[in-house]
Design a binder for this molecule. Sequence first.
Ligand code: DC
Length: 219
Amino acid sequence: MNIAIDGPSGAGKSTIAKILAKELNITYLDTGAMYRALGLKAYQSGISPSDEAAVSELIDKTTIDVQAGENGSIVFLDGRDVSAEIRQHHISKMASDISALQCVRIYMVDLQRKIAARRDSVLDGRDIGTVVLKDAEFKFYLTASVEVRAHRRYIELMARGEQCDEAQIQEDIARRDYNDMHRQHSPLKKADDAIEIDSTSLTIQEVKDKMLDIIKAAK
Ligand code: DC
């Protein structure tokens, strides 16, 4: 069984996916973390995410591995645990920019399909229901207003001790939404057969219960 959860940043996808995976005892794969890892490598290598030839060369020299940890996915970049580093605010933009390249999408989709084929999994991302796992048994599209998403991200970054400005975060999220929804390859959009859930005024528990009810009703 595979579950796809897509939607814009900050809608609560990874939090929900983690809880669902635990309750259903299946694997959780955070696909955004994989794009973030490559974004981090490009950043550290001084490569612009718009330089497709350089990024393509970089991919050939890169190993990304994701393993299930107690608190979500643990991401290894060339054998090094970068799970914390990839969450830095400036890496979000690198990840979004680099994810627009076709060579990057081909590499990631292949890797994600291989991981999902090994075990029952819940994957969260932007193109899981539309591209990566078109035949997933369950597809959800999780949204929330940009204000609420920015506020959640602000709280998360502050809790981690990162200095940030909420208005700036909201602007960055809106720009990233636009990039992710308007790129040429695999743009973020709801799959025709995905169930849309708006989490603006729902708690994590309520969203999780909604999804679990749907999954259990179909079993
Ligand atoms: O979910 P996230 O914010 O960690 O994702 C970071 C970026 O990676 C996001 O802006 C777009 C890209 N991404 C993607 O293109 N496809 C996915 N399946 C997951 C993430």
